[in-house]
Design a protein around this ligand. Structure first.
Ligand code: PXL
Length: 276
């Protein structure tokens, strides 16, 4: 696969702002976003929304960053450094979602925004307070260039159980009706197929992205990695379907390169890009 063009050494690379939670285990969240951006040659700007206490077996809890501190992180980097795309991950609460939406409306450039509507960890530990879902739908989705829910998040957001390609299309329509320019329904959690198909919809056309299913339990951070890689490609000026196709290829390679860590699920890894 070919990757994104790199800025020559000593010149300023493109920037992606990650608005996300920290994962103390270093697998998902902000750490996955920063790793993805770095290995794709993009400079990651970071607005931390929450600090999770977790390892490879689960999330023990999290501490929310005060809204004014989140807003200030977004404001200062937008004003001084500038950015070509942004992505959101764990936002923890309705109040934080409102803060992020306000900050993006006020300080965000006219740049693509990828919203990964993180609701829970892979172990089922909640990463968003109850009440957060409605604010995600009402405040952040209408600002999004692209939303990237997995099937669990689809069920929570639009109350559709995706079991086949028809229900995947219904879900894409329902998500798009909430206001994003594009909705991507990730099929990775659909059981029993040798491929994983993600479905992208802009209100008119459906695009399908199929990749071989990588048989591994070490898939922590896969969703974050897909959204971050999409944001990097968008920062480079890719059209949304091309950015998603790029990111899907990237996350498949990162799944193949994932590694065991601790006693539970290890992370997807972009470190293969460093060579051997
Ligand atoms: O992968 C979703 C995710 C996002 N952000 C943080 C997480 C997780 C999953 O555990 O911990 C901080």
């Amino acid at each position: 696969m070919s990757y994104l063009p790199l800025a020559p050494p000593g010149t300023t690379p493109l920037r992606v702002l990650a608005i996300a939670g920290s994962d103390s285990g270093g697998g998902a969240g902000m750490q996955a976003d920063v790793r993805t951006c770095a290995l794709l040659g993009v400079h990651a700007l970071c607005a931390v929304t929450a600090v999770t206490v977790q390892n490879s077996v689960g999330v023990r809890g999290f501490h929310k960053v005060p809204g004014n501190v989140i807003a200030a992180q977004i404001e200062v980097v937008c004003h001084d450094i500038g950015l070509q795309a942004a992505k959101t991950g764990m936002l923890a609460s309705a109040e934080i979602i409102e803060t992020v939406a306000d900050s993006w409306r006020t300080h965000g450039p006219d740049a693509p925004l990828v919203v990964d509507p993180v609701c829970a960890s892979m172990h089922g530990d909640p990463l968003l307070d109850s009440g957060g879902l409605e604010t995600l739908r009402a405040e952040l989705f209408p600002l999004a260039t692209l939303v990237t829910p997995n099937l669990h998040e689809v069920r929570l957001l639009v109350d559709i159980e995706v079991v086949d390609s028809d229900s995947q299309r219904d879900a894409a329509r329902a998500l798009h009706a909430l206001g994003p320019q594009w909705a991507l329904v990730k099929g990775g959690h659909l059981q029993g197929s040798v491929t994983s198909t993600d479905l992208l919809f802009d209100g008119t056309d459906f695009h399908e992205f199929e990749s071989p299913r990588v048989d591994t339990v070490h898939d922590h951070g896969a969703g974050d990695t897909l959204a971050a890689a999409t944001a990097c490609a968008l920062a480079h000026g890719y059209a949304v379907p091309d950015a998603v196709a790029f990111a899907k290829g990237w996350v498949t390679e990162c799944l193949r390169a994932s590694y065991p860590l601790g006693h539970g699920h290890g992370p997807v890894s972009p470190l293969f890009r460093l060579g051997t």
